[in-house]
Structure formats: C-alpha cells, structure tokens
Design a protein. Structure first.
Length: 120
C-alpha cells in the first residue's frame, strides 16, 4: 500500500495533467471531445426536466450553490441531480458536463420544451 503522501502526490499530478489538457483544448472541438460525440439524443431525452435545468447551470459554469439558488432547491439536492446526470450520461467531471451542456444546449432545451419544463 502506498504511503499517504505518495497518493496525494499522484492525485495532484493527475489533477495538473487534467487541468492542462482542458486548458489547451478550451475550444472543445467535437472531434477531440469524445464525451460529446458519445452521448445520443435518446440519452439526453432520459434526463428529467429538473436535471436538464441543472445541466444548463453546469453549462454556465455555475457552482452547486448557485444552481440551487436559481432553482430554489437545496444545494444537497443539486449535488444529487449532478450525480444522476453523471451516471446517466457517463460523465466523469463537471468540465465534461459543461462541455456537453454548451455544445448540445439546443438539444437539451428542445427536450425540455417537449417535456413541458421551462428554462430560467
């Protein structure tokens, strides 16, 4: 078992690598972002109306607290919606969720309108 400081150091390096990759690819071209291409319209349609509202907040790079404030729900509830979105869309981070929300915004909004929800 590695020592705790080794685990922290490895996590820190992984985080730096991830941040560097997102900084160098901040244009989010579809060809380089497999998370965008891998999600089908049917998968977006599985999200509930509230999850779609949370997804819009993620696309605007809002914190969980800010999303909760806009939707008049508890921050804990917002975090549960985010976890559900990650599971349904097989996302690994808020950054991936932000990319998907920004590049597929029209589809998310269209599904929400069809489902009877409204956007803020």
């Amino acid at each position: 078992m590695p020592a705790p400081f080794e685990v922290r150091a490895r996590c820190h390096r992984d985080l730096e690598d991830t941040q560097m990759n997102y900084r160098t690819n901040d244009k989010f071209p579809d060809a380089e972002c497999s998370c965008v291409n891998a999600i089908t319209s049917e998968e977006l349609g599985v999200l509930t109306s509230r999850e779609k509202q949370v997804m819009v907040g993620l696309g605007n790079a809002l914190s969980s607290a800010e999303i909760a404030g806009q939707l008049n729900i508890a921050e804990y509830t917002t975090k549960k919606y985010i976890a559900s979105i990650f599971a349904k869309l097989r996302l690994r981070s808020r950054t991936e969720a932000c990319i998907v929300a920004r590049t597929r915004h029209a589809e998310i909004c269209q599904h929400q309108i069809q489902g009877g929800g409204t956007l803020n």
